[in-house]
Ligand binder design. Structure first.
Ligand code: HEM
Length: 430
């Protein structure tokens, strides 16, 4: 009887391991194939999977499936594949936190994004100098407004594609991390009950205040303050800048709508806008409709994704297996013809007339997502952005030669324009 040589033993062991792994993989795939067989599913090709059909996959979802995914606790975890780029030591706060940790942290942070606090920030929103910067472009022909908005409303550097791990990305990440850290330290050095905490007008400090306050109350560690502060900056600035730009762009491309928005604002502010108060916002229903329509057609977060915590029945007889990752394209949902009609892609604020809203399923429109894990800062965003638009539109008029039909959106973690149309600005006589 021959004794196996070391090499032969190694080969046999490798073959057994390979066969075992293949068998387990086969069983797993069989299981997945079985539980998803009732879905109108698409089958992937080896190694590539279904990525090439991402948009079609989305169409299997109806509003009630979306509602189920966004409201049921089995889906509170984020899909790792989609959000893994956030897991880099500074972004991994509330947005990507696993369900258990997320619940407690959200509770803490939501206190500081509550209605009263949002209203308390209104003087700061009024002081943002976007209108003054735009005024400098008057009479200069078509200009790159987006860069101005970002540098005023957001960090200049935030426009960077933070998903790509380039050396530039790393430098930016370090810059921002240092910035948040130094803001945190600065705030910690202030008196505990400092009134100044509520009077900060520098926009980039606002989000840091929230988490520093939590630390002062012993709810967050210093590290968490930095991470959550950074997460807030990431969640708020890029999205807000994109929406503001979209608003200016839609006004410029639709002069008759711009006129209506302007006339409504003028009816509330007949002479000029010194300061917009919370009560003023309630007097501008057409601005609300305009704003909603801008978010419908260009939602800055164009898709969201969740992961099942266990085998989950998404509708009778259809089970999503544990660990399945589900992407919901907000962008696609907002343009579905069966919901928005044959002209779904046309810019039409009348979609948000009260009589039209009631005809739709509530989960037809969700720029801020829905359910327990929706956008925590949505009221903050709505108030701050409306105030910025009011200041700008009351005294300036926007136009562009770029056609609405020629807009091409680029899917990214936040929605981008392939070409950012430049705008011309004029001062209004009154
Ligand atoms: C127009 C501007 C904004 C839009 C369209 C927007 C949209 C969204 C969406 C769609 C989500 C869900 C993401 C997901 O499920 O993966 C989200 C989450 C979040 N947003 Fe916003 N956002 C905006 C502005 C803001 C602002 C200003 C803040 C902070 C003041 C903020 C804070 C957050 C936070 C903390 C989360 C994570 C919530 C959680 O997981 O519990 N967002 N946002």
């Amino acid at each position: 009887m021959s004794i196996l040589s070391g090499m032969e033993t190694l080969i046999i062991t490798a073959v057994i391991l390979l066969l075992t792994a293949s068998w387990r993989l086969y069983q797993k795939r069989k299981y997945y194939r079985g539980v998803t067989s009732k879905l109108p599913t698409v089958y992937g090709i080896p190694f590539i999977g279904i990525v090439y059909k991402m948009l079609d996959v989305n169409k299997i979802f109806h509003n009630f499936h979306i509602k189920h995914v966004l409201t049921s606790s089995e889906f509170f975890n984020k899909a790792e594949e989609v959000y893994k780029h956030f897991q880099n030591g500074v972004f991994n706060g509330l947005i990507v936190a696993p369900a258990k940790k997320w619940k407690a942290d959200r509770k803490i942070i939501s206190t500081f994004l509550a209605h009263n606090n949002n209203v308390a920030w209104i003087p700061a929103f009024n002081s943002i100098s976007l209108k003054n910067k735009l005024e400098r472009l008057v009479g200069q022909g078509e200009q790159d407004i987006y860069t101005i908005i970002k540098s005023t409303y957001a960090f200049k550097l935030f426009g960077v594609a933070f998903l790509s791990r380039t050396p530039h990305y790393n430098r930016v990440r370090k810059y921002l991390k240092d910035l948040v850290q130094s803001l945190t330290k600065k705030h910690l050095a202030q008196q505990l009950e400092s009134e100044a905490m509520n009077n900060v007008v520098e926009d980039k400090q606002a989000m840091v205040d929230i988490t520093v306050k939590a630390m002062r109350q012993g709810l967050f560690s210093e590290k968490q303050v930095v991470v959550e502060g950074f997460t807030m900056l990431a969640a708020s600035y890029e999205t807000s800048a994109a929406v503001l730009y979209t608003c200016m762009l839609m006004l410029a491309m639709h002069p008759e709508i711009q006129e209506r928005v302007f006339q409504e604002i003028r009816s509330v502010f007949p002479i000029e806008v010194i300061s917009v108060e919370y009560e003023d916002l309630k007097k501008l229903p057409y601005l609300d409709m305009f704003f909603s329509e801008a978010l419908r057609l260009a939602p800055p977060i164009s898709f969201i994704a969740r992961k099942t915590a266990q085998d989950s029945e998404i509708c009778p007889g259809v089970i999503l297996p544990k660990g399945a990752q589900i992407a919901i394209s907000i962008y696609e949902l907002h343009r579905r013809k069966e919901i928005w009609g044959p002209d779904a892609s046309r810019f039409n604020p009348d979609n948000f007339l009260p009589e039209n809203i009631v005809k739709r399923h509530p989960y037809s429109y969700m720029p801020f997502s829905k359910g327990a894990r929706n956008c925590l800062g949505f009221r903050y965003a709505e108030i701050s952005l409306r105030i910025a638009v009011i200041h700008a539109v009351r005294s300036l008029k926007f136009s562009t030669t770029f056609k609405y039909e020629d807009i091409v959106h680029v899917p990214h973690i936040s929605l981008r324009y392939k070409v950012q149309p430049p705008l011309s600005i004029e001062v209004r006589a009154n």
